[in-house]
Design a binder for this molecule. Sequence first.
Ligand code: ADP
Ligand SMILES: Nc1ccn([C@@H]2O[C@H](COP(=O)(O)O)[C@@H](O)[C@H]2O)c(=O)n1
Length: 201
Amino acid sequence: MLIIGIAGGTGCGKTTVVNQILNELPEGEVGVISQDSYYKDTTHLSYEERVKTNFDHPRSIDFELLANHLKALKNNTPIHQPVYSFVKHNRTGDTILTHPRKVIIVEGILILTNPDLRAMFDIKIFVHADTDERLIRRLKRDISERGRDLDEVLVRYQTTLKPMHDQFIEPMKEYADIIIPNNKFNTVAIDIVKTIINEKL
Ligand SMILES: Nc1ncnc2c1ncn2[C@@H]1O[C@H](COP(=O)(O)OP(=O)(O)O)[C@@H](O)[C@H]1O
Ligand SMILES: Nc1ccn([C@@H]2O[C@H](COP(=O)(O)O)[C@@H](O)[C@H]2O)c(=O)n1
């Protein structure tokens, strides 16, 4: 199994890059795991408490479960990937049965901060987009898709997102094998990654 880690700050285009990679590859050969599914379960907190969580700090992620799931897939065992709700700020209680594949892509802002995960990735990719571009994309996406308003996105950006990005995410470029510039759609970089995957398949 080939495991590819795709990191990068919020709004850099990780999900979009993953979808572009999957597009045209044989169906059922490549699986995707999103770090977002592994936000810690916060059922014990009230909604008001959950909203205040710093979702950009590594401690907000259940890395142990994510690493165990990856190990299981490597051992040819299916996993139950949790489903996360950005509206409820919590896992929904549902899971998605995820089968082992020849290629597994793991994507998320903080996946390269965890040494156990880093060691499991055969290829580490960092998607880069400028800070202002990422903020604009995040604003549009969170308002249209994640039930947020302008004030919520900007307050979160100033109080936790930007400081955490600078402290934990940007320095992870050091570990990347490939950095994809993604201020504009980068079809050349996508084609290179697809070629690597096709060789494996
Ligand atoms: N290269 C790009 N140019 C313009 N918009 C993009 C680009 N890549 C992604 N987007 C848009 O930016 C938003 C955030 O992208 P997404 O892939 O969800 O980022 P991430 O998963 O890194 O948070 C989406 O609305 C997406 O359509
Ligand atoms: N309940 C939550 C959980 C996370 N976030 C934000 O999501 C971002 C990571 O996801 P991307 O798809 O943008 O990579 C991260 O920056 C968190 O702030 C949230 O808003 N609410």
